[in-house]
Design a protein around this ligand. Structure first.
Ligand SMILES: Cc1cc2nc3c(=O)[nH]c(=O)nc-3n(C[C@H](O)[C@H](O)[C@H](O)COP(=O)(O)OP(=O)(O)OC[C@H]3O[C@@H](n4cnc5c(N)ncnc54)[C@H](O)[C@@H]3O)c2cc1C
Length: 393
């Protein structure tokens, strides 16, 4: 009999799993309290990578994420590519940073992750407008890494879900969920009800709210907390005459092309000032710091302008690792919440749809059951974050 599965949340993760479920023959209904991609997926650096991700099982999952992205784009038949297979270029400012980078690269090479050293000359040839400190004689290149245009992929996934017979209800919040022996019932904000066989919670940073209705606190980083674990500034420039076609991770700025000559900038050391309740202006101290750094790094940036600065809010389980598996007593409600969702969405879509439809759980998900983050409900969850911050996105 056809399985009726609801996916709550039409971010990159919910859309990815909804498409795979529909491909496998499920009757899929997708609900979002806003529009597809309007949550964390809208404000993301979207660097597809497995760089600096621990433990090894998390690295492997992310490495599989890169391959799943490449497969998806190759097989999609889409005329507008959303994945730039450009690799990442990185360098260090001083000997301490360089030693850290060398340790990270040595581990990546042990894990079989493509990593190369590059000369100063190669860096300058690849980025002709770069002003590189004379002390920097070497960098690293990670050729398998990619950049994603999330809006393009989200649009394609949304169309795919619909053309495979799935239904999508935007502006429809799931306000309550309950399990019965025979199925799951969702109460919707428009007063309607959905009744079906199974539900996936792909509700990102809001996941604790619905999990609490199943009787559990879910330990998530409080995404409203003003600090660098929960939040990050992203600065979008106006178009610039620079030849930057790949990802840069540098001591002062992370930089990626954003289309039409625009760049997207991130500076992790500024993020201690990030507060979702206090938007910053492009003219203020944070905007000026981004501009100063950009001008120091490249020639032809005298006229550079920051068009806007956003505060991204992470969707992050408290230990930084994904939470993927059934919650509740009936084996009908499945949680999918993860940081690094831009990298992971296609592979998680494949693995979770397979588990839902066949009962077979991939070995790749063995370390990520959500129970490690769940305690009986007290109403006090949120902001429960250990002092662990992944080195990479
Ligand atoms: C600044 C920043 C930089 C990042 N950089 C990277 C990077 O370089 N590489 C990388 O891999 N990852 C990166 N990430 C992480 C990545 O963006 C996220 O992991 C990913 O977007 C999460 O997607 P999601 O679908 O789980 O969540 P979301 O996109 O937030 O989707 C959840 C959806 O659920 C809906 N929803 C919630 N509750 C309900 C409800 N009750 N009823 C109906 N709908 C509901 C919301 O409206 C939302 O649309 C970054 C994140 C940030 C903040």
């Amino acid at each position: 009999m056809t399985q009726r599965i609801a996916v709550i949340g039409a971010g990159i993760i919910g859309l990815s799993v909804a498409r795979m479920l529909a491909l496998k023959g499920a009757q899929v209904t997708l609900f979002d309290k806003s529009v597809p991609g309007a949550g964390t997926s809208q404000i993301s650096f979207a660097w597809v990578n497995a760089n600096g991700k621990s433990p090894e099982s998390y690295h492997s999952l992310n490495a599989a994420g890169i391959e799943a992205h490449k497969r998806l784009q190759r097989n999609s038949g889409a005329t507008t590519p959303w994945l730039l297979e450009t690799g990442t270029w990185e360098w260090a400012a001083d000997s301490a940073m360089r030693a850290q980078l060398e340790t990270r690269v040595a581990r990546l090479i042990r894990l079989g992750y493509p990593s190369q050293t590059v000369t100063r000359e190669a860096l300058l040839a690849h980025f002709p407008e770069l002003r590189l400190d004379a002390r920097i004689q070497q960098g690293w290149f990670f050729p398998s890494e990619c950049l994603l245009y999330p809006g393009l992929l989200i649009g394609w996934l949304r169309n795919q879900v619909r053309s495979l017979g799935g239904q999508l209800f935007p502006y429809t919040e799931v306000i309550a969920l309950s399990e019965q022996a025979s199925g799951v019932t969702l109460e919707l904000s428009d007063g309607e009800r959905w009744v079906g066989d199974r539900v996936i919670l792909a509700t990102g940073r809001w996941s604790a709210e619905l999990v609490s209705q199943l009787g559990f606190d879910l330990a998530m980083t409080d995404a409203n907390r003003p600090d660098n674990v929960a939040c990050s500034f992203l600065a979008y420039t106006d178009p610039l005459p620079l030849q930057i076609n790949s990802n840069i991770i540098s001591p002062e700025l992370n930089i990626r092309p954003e289309g039409g000559g625009r760049l997207l900038l991130q500076a992790l050391d500024l993020d201690e000032h990030a507060d979702p309740a206090r938007p910053v202006s492009t003219e203020g101290a944070i905007g000026q710091a981004f501009l100063r750094r950009l001008r120091r790094m490249f020639v032809q940036t005298e006229g550079a302008r920051i068009a806007r600065i956003e505060v991204g809010q992470r969707s992050r389980p408290a230990d930084g690792l994904p939470a993927l598996g059934f919650v509740g007593g009936s084996g009908r409600i499945y949680l999918m919440v993860s940081h690094s969702g831009m990298t992971l969405a296609p592979v998680l879509g494949e693995l979770v749809a397979e588990e839902m439809m066949t009962g077979r759980r991939s070995e790749m998900l063995a370390d990520f059951a959500p129970q490690r983050l769940m305690t009986p409900f007290t109403g006090k969850s949120g902001g429960n974050t250990p002092a662990y911050l992944p080195a990479a996105q």
